[in-house]
Design a protein around this ligand. Structure first.
Ligand code: MN
Length: 287
């Protein structure tokens, strides 16, 4: 039995994160958290052209996180990140930055200086991945995953870059706390592909460009098809060149209580996060 399409999610409105990231929140932990677990939120920064800027790079300044991971995938442009545990760097097209906030980080996210001065097309995704309850207070960690480290596998005329998880025996480089798959998939015009998505995983197909048809329904650009936990695999037909982000994961089963930059399992833990942050227990950014 293949997985069935449960719903098509999306958002027509975009908003700015700081002054650097114009995003649409395609799903978030405001809704049914069991249906998207272990994922929490997906901000899609759809294509945007930034003019050259000789002033301070655009972005978002120092802010804290606790209890989950932020995964930034760049398609166009460059993002620079810096955190108070020494994590950081600049990532460009095809690269991924995987930051585990764990017990708490303070970080900042900006356009790189080089990109900022040159300007040009910009396109990215920031995905929030929840941590299992037992790992929420683990030490922070930072994984820079470069394009060259991500295996690209051909299948049915398409290609899949394996950021996390496994595809036809090929493993992605990201180290994760719970079983999941994150694949950057291209399907050519008139492609008709079957993706082997695991039984027991929540599964979402994010359409970035083009569109796909599945279960007799069309999923257009900047929309997400969410599929059943039951069953394995999905069939996708693409009438034109299509780019997808495929997300699957084993649901964590923990309560999700989120407030702003903190995602924990109870209101008490959220209160504690605010107390710890305000009393300086997250540390501070080096100058
Ligand atoms: Mn952040």
């Amino acid at each position: 039995m293949t997985k069935s399409l449960v719903e098509i999610m999306g958002a027509d409105r975009s908003h700015w994160v700081g002054d650097g990231f114009r995003v649409r929140t395609l799903f978030s932990y405001d809704g049914d958290t069991d249906a998207i677990s272990p994922f929490l939120l997906l901000d899609y920064g759809d294509p945007h052209f930034f003019e050259p800027n000789t002033g301070s790079p655009r972005g978002v300044g120092q802010h804290p996180h606790r209890g989950f991971e932020t995964v930034t995938i760049v398609y166009d442009g460059e993002v620079s990140h810096r955190d108070n545990h020494g994590g950081g760097g600049t990532i460009g097209p095809g690269d991924v930055q995987w930051m585990t906030a764990g017990s708490g980080v303070i970080h900042e996210e900006f356009h790189s200086k080089a990109y900022s001065e040159k300007g040009g097309p910009f396109r990215m995704i920031q995905l929030w991945v929840n941590l299992p309850k037992k790992n929420k207070m683990d030490p922070p960690r930072y994984q820079a995953i470069l394009d060259a480290e991500i295996p690209a596998i051909g299948f049915d005329g398409g290609t899949a870059r394996i950021i996390a998880g496994e595809f036809e025996g090929n493993k992605g480089p990201a180290s994760t706390f719970s079983p999941m798959n994150i694949w950057d998939v291209k399907i050519p015009e008139a492609g008709d592909v079957s993706l082997d998505l695991p039984e027991g995983h929540n599964a979402m197909v994010v359409v970035l460009s083009g569109y796909v048809e599945t279960d007799g329904k069309r999923i257009s650009a900047a929309r997400i098809g969410r599929f059943s936990v039951e069953g394995s695999g999905v069939n996708l037909k693409a009438a034109k060149d299509t780019r997808l982000l495929v997300l699957t994961g084993e649901p964590l089963g923990d309560p999700v209580v989120g407030h702003g930059p903190f995602v924990m399992t109870s209101v008490d833990e959220i209160r504690q996060a605010f107390v710890d942050f305000q009393s300086g227990r997250f540390g501070s950014m080096p100058e």
